[in-house]
Design a protein around this ligand. Structure first.
Ligand code: NAD
Length: 337
């Protein structure tokens, strides 16, 4: 049985605690959160020990791997602390909001030579994965356009979360930037982004945008467009459509269920999941399972720290493009590393 340590017991930490519990090879052995009630509520649910610090978890000889689910500002110290202690890491993105600092961390993490997976859980959505497999098999010929939409939920994060998040492109759009790279099997060469505050003034007050479009010209010439909104009044709405020279593939928006009613002349379908945790619940568990499988077989493909860094570099380009109203070549960003 693998003994897992969890650093950070907030929204995503709780999701990961459930994934550990679901995996038959693992037990949630220890948790750390500086807010006692947070640590206690997770520890009580799974019978875990409460550690006095993250370092205590990293140093514990009876902990086999750790999950980093602390706030973004603590990721770098936690990734490095775990890796220096030789602990495999399943870590939330980003490694650090400052790209140059993240790059420095990646160099040291590579030297530590421990397995590290970035929690790009959307890759583990069954339909998104099938879409990608079909593209790789050449089912629709050469990709011409990629259209990805990610909107919702019907609330925005707290001002303190928003301020520490690095902004919409780095915090949320980055998941779909990763999907574009993963599906296309290539990187963009040019990035253009536009953002606005339309749905929630509190986002603007925190210095961020709540509505954004990102366009990317990929190395092959295909064009990707990500349509992203922090808030959608009808729930959590994600969808991918790839158009190619021999056809089209779509991973459609998911409804809560498939119950359909006909009332009078109206057809009534179930609505969308309320948030990303409901929409992607299976994929969070599948991503964690992939991490555990990778510890057995290091050749298994998972999102790496290099994937995390590249997605972040593209999000950086989008952030600059949005702020300066210009197309940003990716090589301009990579030259700073
Ligand atoms: N993969 C995804 O879909 C996804 C979804 C949400 C959040 N995230 C990422 O996960 C991270 C956490 O986000 P969240 O929404 O869970 O935030 P949150 O604010 O809900 O939870 C963060 C938790 O960390 C605790 N914490 C604070 N300082 C700490 C420290 N030094 N060490 C350990 N724990 C500490 C807080 O008390 C809190 O319980 C962010 O980096 C975010 O980008 C990823």
């Amino acid at each position: 049985m693998l003994r897992i340590g969890l650093i950070g017991c907030g929204r995503i930490g709780r999701v990961h605690s459930l994934s550990v519990d679901r995996n038959r090879k693992c037990v949630l052995a220890a948790v750390f959160d500086p807010v006692d009630e947070q640590a206690k509520s997770v520890a009580e649910q799974f019978g875990s020990e409460i550690a006095g610090s993250a370092e205590e978890v990293f140093a514990a000889s009876n902990i086999d791997a750790v999950i980093i689910a602390s706030p973004t500002g603590n990721h770098k110290e936690h990734f490095l602390g775990a890796a220096r202690a030789g602990k495999p890491v399943y870590g939330e993105k980003p490694i650090d909001n400052n790209l140059q600092s993240a790059n420095e961390a990646v160099k040291e993490l590579r030297r530590c030579n421990v397995p590290i997976m970035i929690g790009f859980n959307r890759r583990y959505d069954r339909d998104h994965a099938e879409l990608r497999a079909e593209i790789k098999n050449g089912a629709i010929g050469r990709v011409q356009t990629m259209q990805l939409a990610s909107r919702g939920p019907n609330s925005v994060p707290s001002p303190s979360y928003l301020r520490g998040s690095g902004g919409f492109y780095r915090d949320k759009c980055v998941h779909f930037i990763d999907l574009v790279r993963w599906i296309a099997g290539e990187d963009p060469v040019e990035i253009a982004a536009m953002g606005s505050v339309i749905a929630d003034a509190s986002v603007g007050e925190a210095g961020d945008v709540d509505t954004a479009g990102i366009m990317m010209r990929m190395a092959s010439g295909s064009i990707a467009h990500i349509d992203n909104a922090r808030r959608a009044v009808y729930g959590y709405d994600d969808r991918i459509e790839i158009f190619g020279t021999a056809g089209l593939i779509e991973s459609s928006r998911k409804r809560r269920g498939n119950v359909m009613q006909i009332r009078g002349e109206s057809v009534v379908l179930e609505g969308l999941p309320k948030d990303s945790f409901a929409r992607y619940s299976e994929s969070y568990a599948a991503a964690f399972d992939a991490f555990i499988a990778m510890l057995d077989d290091r050749h298994k493909e998972v999102p790496t720290i290099e994937d995390g860094l590249m997605a972040q570099a593209i999000a950086e380009a989008a952030t600059i493009s949005g702020a300066e109203s210009r197309i940003v070549p990716l090589k301009e960003i990579l030259a700073t590393l």
